[in-house]
Design a protein around this ligand. Structure first.
Ligand code: GLN
Length: 258
């Protein structure tokens, strides 16, 4: 029998005042609109540095955006205190989407362009190194519109098999080991992805997804938005929506040249 969901979905937007680049907040808008359009009840809470009274275990779905190195380092200090708490919700298979700077913090370490090492959470078995500042010129940033074949298995039939988005990062993210439980999220068709070399974009472990795709990501990738919602609700199907506009936008972006 198919499981449908009746309870309130609780969404946590982590550190929105520190990590929110290139329209990352649009991901929250996409999630909440898609819930509203389906008449599904939800509650959205922002959680920032020091708000440790808001327990991660009370939430069903998490989002962290991207940011500059200095903001990442502030957030990393707070996350270090909450490391076990966040790890527990991931082990409990609650979905989390992290973009760029947030993605880097979910890995083991992030070495900034000034060669400072920011300790990550080690939830994703990846590590990130930025090009050293003295060697940096603008060319060294990985900036592009990205198209990538989605490798994350979806729990429903979707006409979309790709992810589209915009990347702008100096960090190069690599998998620590090939036989890891952390897997690549997508395979690059256009753009740079994790490091511009191995052809992969993003990573996932259980329902924790890291990606370099800003943009905003979810409005242009409604299949990923619904996958996150389904996994958060732990149900088998969602009422369908008319995604004509989202799908045609996605297809236009696949065909765009830059
Ligand atoms: N500071 C990181 C980098 O440049 C993340 C940037 C971002 O979130 N766009 O690699």
């Amino acid at each position: 029998m198919k499981k449908t969901f009746r309870q309130k979905l609780k969404i946590a937007h982590l550190y929105p005042d520190f990590l929110n680049l290139y329209g990352d907040k649009g991901n929250i808008l996409a999630l909440t609109r898609r819930l509203e359009w389906r008449g599904l009840d939800f509650e959205l809470e922002n959680i920032t540095i020091g708000e440790h009274n808001k327990k991660f275990s009370d939430f069903d779905l998490f989002f962290i955006g991207g940011g500059q190195d200095s903001q990442q380092s502030d957030v990393a200090k707070d996350l270090a205190i909450r490391k076990n708490e966040l790890k527990a919700v991931i082990e409990f298979e609650k979905p989390l989407l992290a973009v760029c700077g947030g993605y880097q913090l979910l890995g083991k370490t992030y070495q900034t362009s000034e060669a400072d090492e920011i300790e990550g959470l080690g939830i994703l078995d990846v590590y990130t190194e930025a090009i050293k500042q003295e060697n940096t010129d603008k060319q060294d940033r990985l900036v592009a519109n990205v198209v990538a074949e989605l490798l994350l298995p979806l729990s429903f039939e979707s006409e979309l098999k790709t992810l589209v988005g915009f990347e702008n990062h100096s960090g190069r993210t690599r998998f620590s080991r090939q036989d890891s439980a952390t897997k690549p999220l997508a395979k690059i068709i256009k753009g740079h992805g994790n490091n511009g070399e191995d052809g992969f974009e993003g990573a996932y472990y259980k329902n924790c997804i890291g990606t370099y795709l800003h943009g905003s990501l979810l409005p242009k990738n409604p299949h990923l938005a619904d996958e996150l919602i389904l996994r958060a609700l732990k149900c088998d199907e969602l009422p369908s929506l008319n995604d004509e506009m989202e799908i045609s936008t996605h297809k236009v972006l696949i065909g765009s040249r830059c």
